[in-house]
Every structure is written in C-alpha cells, then in structure tokens.
Design a protein around this ligand. Structure first.
Ligand code: CP
Ligand code: NVA
Length: 308
C-alpha cells in the first residue's frame, strides 16, 4: 500500500491495495449499481476525475467518463502530448498540481513506478488504469463478472494461458486477495515476474503445456500476445506463442461448465479462436460492460468514504 501523510487517503494502484473483504464488498456494490441504476443518485456531483492516458484505450476511458457522468461529476481526458507531462515536468510536481485541482486521478502509463510516484505526491486518490506491470481495474470487472455468473471464486481454479504480462500479474494478485488457485502456462522467457509469483505462494502453479494447465479449470483467461508498446515484437511473439492459443481443445480440457474471459481488445486466430471467444462459454462482453459498474463502485469507495 502507498504511504501518504493523510491516513484516510486511499489509492488503487494495485489489487493488493484492497483486502479480500473490501474487494468482495466492491464487487457486491458493483452488481447493485448495475442492477438498480438510479439517475438521481449523484454522489460525485461537482467532482472531477483527471484521466491521464499515455496509451490508447476504449473501455477504460469510456467507462470512467460515463461513470463520473452517471454520478453527477465529470472527467478530464489528458494526453501527455498536450500537457507539460509530455515535456518532462517532474511527476512529483505534476501530481501536486493536478491533485490540487481535481478530486481523483487515473493514470494509464508504461512504468508502474509512474503511478506509485504519482500516488505518493497526490493529495487525492490515484487509480491505476493500466501499467506495463498491472491492470487492477480490469480485475475488478473480471471478478464482478465471475461472481455474477458463478458466485464466490474462493477455492476455484483459474487458468491463465499466454503472456506473463500486466493482466497475468493482476490475476496473481486476485488469487492472493480472493484465495483461488491460478494455473499458468506461459512460453519460456514470457513468464510473469518472479517477485510477484513468489509473493503469492502456493496458490500459483506452472504447467509446461496449455492443455495440462487447463485441466480442472473453472475459468480460462488469456490476453494478447503483444501488449501495447510491444508492437515491434509482434512477429517474433506470434512464433513464440503459436502453441498457446485458447481454442476448443483447451476449453474441452477444462470443466464442462468452465467460462472464458479476455480483457479485450482480442486478436481472433492468435491468442483465442473465434469459436471460443464468440462461443457459449465466453463472457467477454459482460466483462467489458462491467468495467463501468466496477469502477463506479471503486470511485464511490475512494471518494465518498463509503467503504462499500
Ligand atoms: N481492457 C481494456 O483495458 O481496454 P482498453 O484498452 O480499451 O481500455
Ligand atoms: N496486456 C494488454 C492489455 C490491454 C487492455 C496491454 O497492456 O496492451
């Protein structure tokens, strides 16, 4: 957890910033907000969220912006191209200045340290909207989606197939916070960070093949083979990941009622076959929609002192 001078200030830079109880309450609240939308409920009236995007986004931008509007507030889209951040203004100064004018800051950036540095110097809550290391907001939505379809995830088995990337790291954190087993099949040299894996203990198990990892899985998850910023490696990665596609054979190895998730955007024919992502076990569009509801619950948690 990020240390601040203000003991009541909470950030969401990582899924590890919330406890299991808090995460379960956030999920419950997200489901409640989704099912009972009240246009008169505007807890963030007059409040402003600054959204700093150093990378592209469809879901994250729209869900935060729509969520703030639903709650009576507003969101500012800030690109480094148009702010002094892009011209090298120190992060510490930027965090102090921006947080003196808005009520919450969301950042999507390369280096995870950018988000943690921002949080250390911000007087308002800072939210990680994706870094090269983690994507915790996506996990709020993924876990909400699982709970809606199947109930609590404690003790279940989730299988991650593919790159040991930001999404994989946040799944490792989710396994820790919500106490589920995570099976990982990643090609050699594309495994997740050792430090993150070691901190998660025995819940995380590695398998040499995607088929072995998928056995007994309740949920199969994957992500693109080349993340944002890795476009130059795309061709090499297609070669290195060719045996790591989630297809019917993988889904057949899992439990018969297993579900499939992908944070999107997806590359059909690469990390997932069309028949899986567009098939009956896929819940990717619920997952995408739930970004809105889960982040509204998060904004309420961070800004209204309503600890769900
Ligand atoms: N899943 C996700 O974060 O999507 P965007 O990149 O469109 O925000
Ligand atoms: N791993 C992907 C996730 C996109 C939402 C990336 O970082 O590009």
């Amino acid at each position: 957890m990020i240390k601040t001078d203000n003991p009541t200030l909470r950030h969401f830079t990582s899924l590890l910033d919330v406890s299991g109880d808090e995460l379960r309450r956030l999920i419950e609240r997200a489901i409640e907000l989704k099912n009972n939308r009240d246009p008169d409920y505007q807890p963030l009236k007059g409040q402003v969220l600054a959204m700093i995007f150093e990378k592209s986004s469809t879901r994250t931008r729209i869900s935060f912006e729509a969520g703030m509007t639903h709650f009576g507030g507003s969101a500012l889209f800030l690109s480094p191209r148009d702010t002094q951040l892009g011209r090298g203004e120190p992060l510490q100064d930027s965090a102090k200045v921006i947080s003196s004018m808005v009520d919450c800051i969301m950042l999507r950036t390369d280096k995870h340290e950018t988000v943690t540095t921002f949080a250390q110097h911000s007087s308002v809550p800072v939210i990680n909207g994706l870094t090269d290391q983690q994507h915790p907001c996506q996990l709020l939505a993924d876990m909400q989606t699982w709970f809606e379809h199947r109930g609590d995830i404690q003790g279940k088995t989730v299988t991650w197939i593919g790159d040991g990337n930001n999404m994989c790291h946040s799944y490792i954190h989710a396994a820790t916070v919500l106490d589920f087993n995570l099976h990982i099949a990643a090609p050699v040299c594309y495994e997740p960070s050792k430090a993150i894996v070691e901190a998660a203990g025995t819940r995380i198990k590695f398998f040499n093949t995607p088929l072995d990892a998928a056995k007994n899985a309740d949920l199969i998850v994957t992500d693109v083979w080349a993340s944002m910023g890795q476009e130059d490696e795309q061709k090499q990665r297609i070669r290195d990941f060719k045996d790591y596609q989630v297809n019917a054979a993988i889904m057949n190895a899992a439990h018969s009622d297993a579900l499939f998730m992908h944070c999107l955007p997806a590359h059909r024919g690469e990390e997932v076959s069309s028949e899986v992502i567009d098939g009956p076990q896929s819940i990717v569009f619920d997952e995408a929609e739930n970004r809105l509801h889960a982040q509204k619950a998060l904004l309420e948690f961070l800004l209204c002192g309503k600890k769900s």
